[in-house]
Design a protein around this ligand. Structure first.
Ligand code: AMP
Ligand code: MG
Length: 406
């Protein structure tokens, strides 16, 4: 069978994604990790606050705290105490004010803060210039977070914002899933690493670096084989070992139908291929299955195809294995300023977008080769052309910016 005559029976991206997402279940144990080290980790339990934030009423301004009833126009009041943030005052003496600073706890008895800009010094007393209202410039206890409030849900990938909120309720150790350990195996006799001599017949291994970067961003631990020989024995040994030592095996290359493509065949021997070949361009030869029970994703060797299939399929799958809740990438509607003939497969064009008179237009790059990795750097994202659809100028298409996909 040749690789290109059979476009029938290919799985749609939607079908493949549905299978991958449904099979990707949290596979790692929960560990308690110091809050300093949980950036990008996946939260393993809902976090509920056990405290009020702020814990007590405090001042939102530098100024003076007083009893509202002690205010009278043109009446100067003595300063009876000084309360800086971090200190607690005493009960406020009637007929006096407390000098208070932002974050300082409101002393018992006071029910209003007057900001210092609204006061005038009168000897050692203070004159209030505008009529205050009860509660002015006081941040009540629990205004930000109430004790018992649900803060961050299980399955959240922790960002600096989430970590900040966990810190604000005093959470020092955070329950997260253990890191997913991924094997990254790049097949190809032609591959050499940057820093090595790129001799006759050789090319630099770019997939290793693209995939490694994506995996690091996902918080994975990585074990790599950077240039696995195109031989059935070498592929067999490497995949068997990878499946025994890690939680997920990702390969690049060798999943097409050439004689030098051993990956799919070997996975079939060691385990099973559950799906292979998708109705997408680039990325048709993607394979998914398991090697003796360890999940396996075979990405195409062509660098654009590898990157596109990683972002569209491997990333959501990895998120599932990590225990993260699946969030499909949000596409932006854009207007085509080009025409194309219909293709049988769903096409992901590397395209640039520009805003003109409030409308977003998309222009695909001229070079759409799945081997032209530069197209991913010279474009803003992927423009989605549905299978079987021709495009006319003015058509509205979905656009997936790299900033959303990555
Ligand atoms: P394959 O899927 O192994 O037939 O590879 C398809 C194309 O992608 C070939 O032109 C390979 O040389 C190229 N390719 C495969 N792996 C890599 C890699 N790691 N880095 C750069 N190009 C690659
Ligand atoms: Mg190859």
């Amino acid at each position: 069978m040749s690789c290109c005559d059979d476009e029938a029976g290919l799985l749609s991206l939607e079908q493949a994604l549905a299978t991958l997402v449904s099979e990707a279940v949290a596979s790692k144990a929960i560990e308690q990790v110091a809050i300093e080290d949980v950036l990008g980790r996946v939260l393993a339990q809902d976090i509920v606050s056990s405290i009020n934030v702020p814990p007590a009423n405090n001042s939102a301004m530098d100024g003076y705290a007083l009893r509202w009833q002690d205010y009278a126009a043109n009446k100067a009041l003595p300063v009876s105490q000084r309360i800086a943030a971090g200190n607690i005052g005493e009960a406020l003496q009637a007929g006096t004010v407390a000098r208070i600073f932002t974050g300082g706890e409101i002393p018992p008895g006071a029910d209003v803060v007057v900001k210092q800009e609204d006061t005038r010094q009168a000897g050692d007393k203070v004159m209030i210039l505008n009529t205050p209202a009860v509660g002015d410039h006081i941040r009540p206890a629990g205004q930000d977070i109430r004790a018992g409030a649900m803060l961050v849900a299980k399955g959240t990938v922790l960002s600096p914002r989430h970590i900040g909120i966990l810190a604000s309720v005093g959470c020092a150790m955070v329950p997260v899933y253990q890191r997913l350990h991924v094997s990254l195996v790049n097949t190809g006799d032609e591959l050499v690493m940057p820093g090595e001599v790129c001799g006759a017949g050789k090319i630099y291994n770019s997939n290793y670096f693209t995939m490694r970067g994506f995996l690091l961003r996902l918080g994975c631990e990585i074990s790599s084989v950077t240039a696995l020989a195109d031989s059935a024995d070498a592929v067999y040994d490497a995949l068997l070992q990878a499946s025994q030592e890690t939680d997920l095996v990702i390969t690049t290359g060798g999943v097409s139908v050439g004689e030098e493509d051993h990956v799919k065949h070997v996975v079939g021997q060691l385990g099973q291929i559950k799906l292979w070949r998708l109705a997408i361009k680039p990325g048709k030869p993607l394979a998914y299955g398991d090697i003796q029970g360890t999940p396996f994703i075979g990405l195409p060797g062509n660098p654009v195809a590898a990157a596109v299939t990683f972002l569209l399929l491997a990333k959501p799958y990895i998120r599932g294995l990590q225990g993260a809740s699946y969030q499909p990438p949000q596409a932006t509607p854009v207007i085509a300023d080009f025409t194309t003939k219909a293709a049988k497969r769903q096409v992901f064009l590397r395209a640039n977008v520009s805003l003109e008179a409030g409308k977003m237009y998309a222009t695909p790059l001229v070079n759409q080769s799945s081997g032209a990795l530069s197209s991913t750097v010279f474009s803003d994202g992927l423009l989605v052309v549905p299978a079987g659809a021709s495009v006319a100028k003015g058509d509205v298409l979905d656009f997936l910016p790299y900033s959303v996909l990555e």
